[in-house]
Structure formats: C-alpha cells, structure tokens
Design a binder for this molecule. Structure first.
Ligand code: AMP
Ligand code: MG
Length: 190
C-alpha cells in the first residue's frame, strides 16, 4: 500500500485518569481522540476535530474532569465506541495510509494496548513521528521537553485548553509545522 505523504495526521489522546493508581478493576482508557491534519507542503493546519469516546472498563473521575474538562455527562451524550472511532479514523482520515504524529509515545502505546484489549484493529500505519523527540533533535536540546515548554521556546502561543485532545493536537501540529518548515528550499517536485 503506497503511503500518502501529503498530510500528517496529528493525534492527541485524553484518557481516564486518577491522581494515583487506577481504582481496583479499572484501567486508563481513551475518552477523547483529538486530531489535526497538517498539510506537509505548506505547513498549514487544515482541520481539527474531537472524537469523544465512551470508556467501557473505567469511569471518568473528578480528577479526570478537572484535568481535561471532560465530564461523564458529556462523554455519555456525545461519545462513540472506541471501535467506531478507530473505523472513522481509517475511513475519513485514511489513518492507515498516512504518517501520523503525536507528542511523546503515550498516545501510540495507549492505542496499541487498547486495540489489543478490545480486539479492535489498530487504525494507524507504522509511520509514527514522535514530535517530542524530533523537536529535541531539531533544536539540539540535551533532553526532551514538554509540549508547553517547547511551544514557549518557539514563541508559539498555546491555543485553546491544554489537556483537551483537540486543542493539544492543534498546538502539536503548530510545533510540527515549525519543524517541517525548517526544510531548506522549496518542496521538491517528483
Ligand atoms: P495530555 O495529552 O498531556 O493531556 O495527557 C494525556 C492523558 O494523560 C490525560 O488525559 C490523562 O489520562 C493522562 N495525564 C496527563 N497528565 C496527568 C496527570 N498530571 N495526572 C494523571 N494523569 C495525567
Ligand atoms: Mg492532551
């Protein structure tokens, strides 16, 4: 399958969480898949979207609502199943054919774990960009830094609410865009 390089799918996931370890019988599950499509040639962010996902083996704690702003009521009302969200990524965003990106390795490993646990087909390609590592390398930092610090160092303003997947994805895409636009010269024509 030829990989499509025209756009990068930037993903940021929010998950059920607690101030410490999960309560007995619960585990961290995806509650929001934030996505932003990034046009590689221009570095423009094209679209952003929030897919809310109903957790099946955990509850949204007050701690989680405070962190993410996502309430149990909202997720109950607007959420879709994890399976449906993965299918939507594949059909509407061609996620298996595209390069995708996230900040760190958390989102990728959570997807892998939840897909295995739920018997859901992993919706992404093997072409994952870890923007946290890439940023550190491109800026010759001695170690990786957090997303908000990286944006601050670049002079980029954080838009929306940090810890909402859709806003995080939009902001990560701005960082990745900066890195991409450091390319020398105009895009090559094949
Ligand atoms: P983020 O993309 O930074 O918003 O984080 C993704 C997910 O990681 C959140 O939805 C939480 O499940 C978890 N997480 C992030 N920060 C914390 C924290 N301080 N305490 C507990 N869980 C967290
Ligand atoms: Mg986030």
């Amino acid at each position: 399958m030829a990989r499509k390089l025209d756009r990068i799918l930037v993903i940021d996931v929010e998950a059920t969480c607690w101030s410490g370890a999960p309560p007995e019988g619960q585990e961290s599950e995806v509650i929001e898949i934030g996505l932003c499509t990034l046009d590689v040639a221009s570095g423009e962010r094209l679209e952003k979207r929030s897919l809310l996902v109903k957790p099946e083996r955990s509850k949204i704690s007050e701690f989680c609502t405070q962190l993410t702003s996502l309430t149990p009521k909202q997720i109950h009302k607007e959420g879709i199943s994890f399976h449906k969200a993965c299918t939507l990524l594949e059909t509407e965003y061609l996620s298996k054919k595209r390069v995708w990106a996230s900040y760190g390795d958390y989102d990728r490993t959570l997807f892998l774990r939840q897909c295995a646990a739920c018997g859901v087909d992993y919706p992404f390609s093997g072409a994952h960009i870890n923007v946290k590592s890439l940023y550190g390398i491109m800026q010759a930092l001695p170690y990786e830094i957090g997303m908000t610090r990286a944006m601050e160092l670049c002079g980029l303003e954080i838009e929306g609410r940090h810890h909402r997947g859709v806003d995080d994805a939009w902001n990560i895409a701005a960082l990745l865009s900066r890195l991409i636009l450091q390319r020398s010269g105009e895009p090559l024509e094949l």
